[in-house]
Design a protein around this ligand. Structure first.
Ligand code: AMP
Length: 202
């Protein structure tokens, strides 16, 4: 099974990707996580990527596409965060063909509220927020590490990322019209998961 999950920032696509990966035994590939891993390791590529992510901008296709190709398995994956542009959608089709595109829809006001509450574990990358808070406030359920706020999760940067999503990423959906599963991202994550699975016939 080859899945792609698309949605604005903080639409819950990371959460759904993890739930679907567990349920269907897929590898979860998040280009945002790949980018952050390069930045954190301070590689040459990481230094270039940081200049773009700091201001909420997309990184150029010439950097992101090779990074994705290095990590994407041939099958049994759920891809989160790519394609983000029409050009990326065209490039993707040269190296893989997804079975379904899951599109999560959420209003801007909900996104802003969620983003400012979102925290991530620096160790295992688990994400917490309004819908999935940690058991102990400020600490990861899995390894007890102190949770951090992502540098690009401020109100100003997320507003810029929403605009970028609308201009660059939303048009990608029409290219996958016949494989699209659109769900309401304001619902409970378990309800969304069940809806996606049933629409895939699982
Ligand atoms: P995300 O966690 O998916 O929001 O990604 C964080 C940041 O990584 C984005 O704001 C972009 O700067 C960069 N990034 C991730 N995926 C892509 C992509 N497919 N194309 C361009 N930039 C990306």
């Amino acid at each position: 099974m080859k899945l792609i999950i698309l949605g604005p920032p903080a639409s819950g696509k990371g959460t759904q990707a993890k739930l679907l990966a567990q349920k269907l035994n897929l590898k979860h590939i998040s280009t945002g996580d790949l980018v952050r891993a390069e930045i954190n390791s301070q590689t040459e590529l990481g230094k270039k990527l940081q200049a773009y992510t700091k201001s909420g901008k997309l990184v150029p296709d010439s950097l992101i596409t090779p990074l994705l190709k290095k990590h994407l398995p041939r099958d049994n994956y759920i891809l989160d965060g790519y394609p983000r542009t029409q050009n990326q959608a065209e490039q993707l089709r040269k190296f893989t063909e997804p079975d379904f595109i899951i599109h999560i829809e959420v209003q801007d006001s909900v996104i802003i509220r969620r983003v400012t509450a979102r925290r991530q574990c620096p160790r295992c990358r688990a994400i917490y927020g309004i819908t999935l808070p940690p058991k102990r406030q400020g600490f990861c359920d899995n390894d007890n590490a102190k949770l951090i706020q992502r540098k690009d999760d401020t109100k100003e940067i997320v507003s810029e990322r929403i605009q970028v999503y609308k201009k660059e990423s939303e048009p990608v959906l029409s290219a996958f019209r016949n494989k699209l599963i659109t769900v309401d991202g304001s619902k409970d994550p378990r309800i969304i998961l069940d809806e996606i699975l049933s629409r895939m016939g699982k």
